[in-house]
Design a protein around this ligand. Structure first.
Ligand SMILES: Cc1cc2nc3c(=O)[nH]c(=O)nc-3n(C[C@H](O)[C@H](O)[C@H](O)COP(=O)(O)O)c2cc1C
Length: 172
């Protein structure tokens, strides 16, 4: 799929068939995540791939907006390493860029995906830190849920000229 087509047609998918994601697709998605830009090129990211059914169910039971996780069958938790990037804002942005790359890659492969937020909801980051046994310097930022989608969603055009400001807020 062409990159612009992928960007324009990507939607959050919350309905899955339950078929497993192929290992080679998962690897391609992760590779796309690693390719994302990062401040100073520090690449302060770590990825926890979750495919264990019990763990997927446990997370879905806790995370109010990740109920689709067990049926999708795969979650990739993108974590920031504070020892590599101490500026928290940059750490979040670096992880977010990686998440968006993975969403587009999964979509380009014909899979369904949805970004489930973790940071900065303390109870979610605390829970994920506990269940994934993350060390203190590793902060879970967001989770990419990936699976074989059960149908497509319509494309939406969100382009809005009124939100574009030329040279300064009020324009010319
Ligand atoms: C930071 C962030 C957190 C999100 N968290 C969730 C979530 O926990 N569960 C979920 O189903 N969708 C989540 N989403 C997806 C948004 O709901 C979705 O992107 C938005 O409704 C627009 O729809 P679209 O992705 O289909 O274009 C999140 C998106 C972002 C950027």
């Amino acid at each position: 799929m062409d990159v612009l087509e992928a960007i324009m047609s990507r939607r959050s998918i919350r309905s899955y068939t339950g078929e497993p994601v192929k290992d080679e697709d998962l690897r391609t998605i992760l590779k796309a995540g690693f390719q994302a830009p990062s401040a100073h090129n520090f690449q302060p990211r770590e990825y926890v791939v979750i495919r264990d059914e019990g763990l997927l169910k446990r997370i879905a039971a806790f995370h109010k907006y990740a109920k689709m996780l067990p049926k999708a069958g795969c979650g990739i938790v993108v974590c920031g390493d504070r020892t590599k990037q101490s500026e928290m804002g940059f750490l979040v942005e670096d992880c977010s860029a990686s998440i968006q790359n993975m969403l587009l890659a999964a979509h380009g492969l014909g899979l369904g995906d949805v970004w489930c937020g973790l940071y900065s909801v303390d109870k979610l980051t605390g829970f994920m830190t506990k269940v994934l046994e993350l060390p203190e310097h590793i902060i879970p930022i967001g989770m990419v849920v990936v699976g074989v989608k059960d149908g497509d969603k319509v494309t939406v055009d969100r382009y809005d000229e009124s939100k574009i400001h030329i040279n300064r807020w009020l324009g010319e």
